[in-house]
Write a protein that binds this ligand. Structure first.
Ligand code: LHQ
Length: 265
């Protein structure tokens, strides 16, 4: 249910259940996490690109999965406990894995991204989307709350007012509007999406990826720090990066007026 292919140092993972708009099953969620674990451990991977097969990116949780069957009168009090198990066992580790990847992660949103599918895409570092793609915080429509990090991500991406607009109304937000709102990096003509995403991922893979991953971590962590603490965090990280092979190479390449060849990961 997850296709994997590598071009140079860019690993592409394709969500591949097109008949169900790539809706997440537990099997697919664990395959996806395993693929990200493997990418994180593989020194030949310097950027991950995630996209969907067919006309959708991902329709979120597969609502026909028995694990998410709504409780009925007479069910034991703790049902539907399976939703909790699904979050604890699958969605939370996946969102954490994505957020802590040692390399940059690009999403190429090729069609609708709904519910957990939208928030999984928005959890990637740079989000590109085709003009016909859209983002739907579908949770409210079925009596749920945003998950897969949505409550944390949305207000940080677009501010509280827009986060509430998206999460409470659950309306379909076209990719162009998502870009205008600052929810995603870039909306592109559909026919350019795949090649633009590949080019962006290739470009990132040639950058000092450890510094990029540390940058993501520092920006995320700084949300909880005051200004002085953020300065201290920067100084700590900068001192460490100052000892890196990539810093040495970057400065040497600049002085020698040549292209750098970064290797840290
Ligand atoms: C689907 C789905 C789907 C199964 C389309 N499941 N089959 C929730 C619960 C528990 C724990 C953890 O977390 C979560 C988080 C969540 O993600 S909640 C949100 C779940 N997702 C949704 O509520 C979205 C439901 N889907 C839709 O609203 C529409 O399908 C969208 C807007 C995504 C696309 O609309 P259309 O382009 O009009 O396509 P369609 O509705 O005709 O769907 C095509 C097929 O895909 C269809 O099957 P069929 O056999 O009739 O061709 C759908 O049933 C199936 N499908 N989403 N989530």
């Amino acid at each position: 249910q997850i296709l994997s292919s590598q071009e140079g140092a860019v690993l592409t993972l394709t969500l591949n259940r097109p008949q169900a708009l790539n809706a997440f099953t537990s099997g697919m969620l664990s395959e996806l996490r395993q693929a990200l674990d493997a990418a994180a451990a593989d020194a030949s991977v310097r950027c991950v690109l995630i996209t969907g097969a067919g006309r959708a990116f991902c329709a979120g949780q597969d609502l026909s999965d028995p694990m998410v069957k709504p409780a009925e009168a007479g069910d034991a009090e703790q049902t539907p406990k399976d939703i909790g198990l699904l979050l604890d066992g699958f969605y939370i580790p996946l969102a954490q894995r994505l957020r802590s990847m040692p390399v940059p992660v690009v999403a190429a949103v090729n069609g609708v991204a709904a519910g957990a599918g939208a928030n999984f895409a928005l959890g990637c570092d740079l989000v590109l989307a085709g003009q016909s793609a859209s983002f739907i915080q579908a949770f409210a429509k079925i009596g749920l709350v945003p998950d897969c990090g949505g409550t944390w991500l949305l207000p940080r991406l677009v501010g509280r007012a827009r986060a509430l607009q998206l999460a409470l109304l659950g309306e379909k937000l076209p990719a162009e509007a998502a870009q205008a709102m600052g929810l995603i990096y870039q909306c592109l003509p559909d026919e350019e999406l795949a090649s633009a995403a590949q080019a962006l991922a290739q470009r990132l893979s040639q950058m000092p990826v450890r510094a990029l991953a540390e940058t993501r971590r520092a920006i995320d962590a700084a949300g909880l720090l005051d200004f002085d603490q953020a300065l201290q965090q920067e100084a700590r990280l900068q001192s460490r990066q100052g000892f890196s092979a990539d810093y040495k190479e970057g400065v040497q390449a600049f002085m020698q007026k040549r292209a750098p060849k970064f290797t840290d990961r």
